[in-house]
Design a protein around this ligand. Structure first.
Ligand SMILES: [Zn+2]
Length: 117
């Protein structure tokens, strides 16, 4: 099973970076957890966020956020619409399901045909 955080939305913020004080580099990324197995691929509702400054190339952790950043973050969080949780089955799943169904149906039909009346 493979778990991946995938960025689903990215917004540029007009706030000063707490590290380099530039107003041009802050970016907030919303990520959702994707799970991939041999049989299916699914998106979960686990949302995580990451703030990054492109000017000083550093992650900005909540501990360093200013009040302004917190306010913008709250606003962005409210505006963010996560991708709906979903599960997509892969071909392998359907092949196995199909084979199992065929065996079961064949078995049932044979049993019916051979059923002594
Ligand atoms: Zn910076």
């Amino acid at each position: 099973m493979d778990e991946k955080l995938i960025t689903v939305k990215q917004v540029s913020l007009n706030n000063n970076c707490p590290e380099c004080f530039s107003k041009k580099g802050l970016e907030l990324a919303f990520k959702q957890n994707f799970i991939e197995t041999k049989f299916y691929r699914s998106i979960t509702q686990d949302i995580s966020t990451e703030m990054y400054c492109n000017i000083c190339d550093s992650n900005i952790y909540p501990i360093n956020w200013t009040e302004d950043i917190e306010r913008v973050y709250d606003y962005q969080m409210k505006a963010f619409e996560p991708k709906k949780a979903s599960k997509k089955y892969k071909p392998l799943f359907w092949i196995i399901t199909g084979v199992v169904a065929t065996v079961v149906i064949t078995g049932a039909v044979l049993a019916l045909i051979n059923f002594p009346v």
